[in-house]
Write a protein that binds this ligand. Structure first.
Ligand SMILES: Nc1ncnc2c1ncn2[C@@H]1O[C@H](COP(=O)(O)OP(=O)(O)O)[C@@H](O)[C@H]1O
Ligand SMILES: [Mg+2]
Length: 259
């Protein structure tokens, strides 16, 4: 296969130029980082699972009218998406207190929130993605008020859908992160959902045991992170009968061939 032009290498994915103008290919790596990349490692098979999980969720969201960058999955680790101008805001949707919220306001992890809470972080690795208010977003022109309206209403609808979907497979959707982008059409642009939705950016707890099935296993050195990601995919009906081993064998074969 001819070498494609690499546009960007991030912490979890590599972006390549797509086959047509306005498209890019997202390649999902097994690399895992936490605490603003202070902690680094790999979670075996994570890229394959995140590619599938994200494909599934984005496709389902299309059915409920959430526009997204997703076009189609190309292979185990790659998907074709529409290129957007990323809005430099990470949207955190919270249903239950955990992580940085618990620390910041001293609320015990696991406390259900009286209603869904949206938080915004300015996407800047050098600054450690600081929490910002909507006033900052408007003041510094990171997004317009109209764009923030689209973003917040989509975030709430995405949460409603995802919370129900996960509850159906015995998982509590504690919180998750979203990224949005601008899709240009001449002089106009509209906001669409971008990036990925996977156990990397979600807190997913088993409904009965509260066992963590997400990247917190890696962040907090709990172990069993690869198994947790597989468990999420299995419950979503995305793992083949024989588990991930066959898929991963094929994957390492491909890697050896430099594909
Ligand atoms: N459709 C898209 N068009 C352009 N950029 C995108 C799109 N979807 C996601 N991105 C960006 O691509 C990068 C994905 O790689 P990732 O490893 O997650 O990077 P990071 O380390 O910045 O989080 C992110 O910076 C994300 O904002
Ligand atoms: Mg990212």
């Amino acid at each position: 296969m001819s070498r494609r032009r690499q546009i960007y290498e991030g912490k979890a994915k590599i972006l390549y130029e797509g086959p047509e103008p306005g498209t890019i290919i997202q390649y999902f790596k097994d690399d895992a980082t936490a605490f603003n990349a202070e902690k680094k490692g790999t979670i075996s098979g994570k890229g394959v699972i995140n590619n599938r999980v994200s494909e599934h969720i984005f496709s389902q969201l299309t059915h409920i009218g959430i526009p997204s960058h997703f076009i189609r999955r190309l292979n185990m680790r790659e998907q074709l998406v529409k290129q957007v101008e990323i809005v430099p805001i990470e949207v955190i949707v919270r249903n239950v207190a955990a992580g940085s919220l618990s620390k910041r306001v001293g609320i015990e992890e696991g406390t259900p929130l009286p209603h869904t809470l949206l938080e915004y972080c300015y996407k800047d690795d050098a600054l450690g993605d600081p929490l910002v208010a909507e006033e900052h977003i408007a003041c510094f022109g990171w997004a317009t008020q109209e764009e923030m309206q689209d973003i917040s209403s989509m975030a709430i609808r995405i949460n409603d859908f995802m919370a129900g979907m996960f509850a159906g497979i015995g998982i509590r959707l504690v919180d998750f992160k979203l990224e949005f982008g601008r899709l240009f059409d001449g002089d106009f642009s509209r906001i669409i959902l971008a990036d990925e939705i996977s156990p990397d950016g979600c807190r997913l707890w088993d409904l009965e045991t509260n066992e963590k099935l997400d990247k917190d296993r890696f962040r907090r050195d709990l172990g069993g992170e690869a198994e947790a990601y597989q468990e999420v995919a299995r419950r979503m009906g995305l793992l083949p009968e024989g588990g991930l081993s066959e898929v991963l064998d094929l994957d390492s074969e491909r890697k050896k061939r430099g594909k």
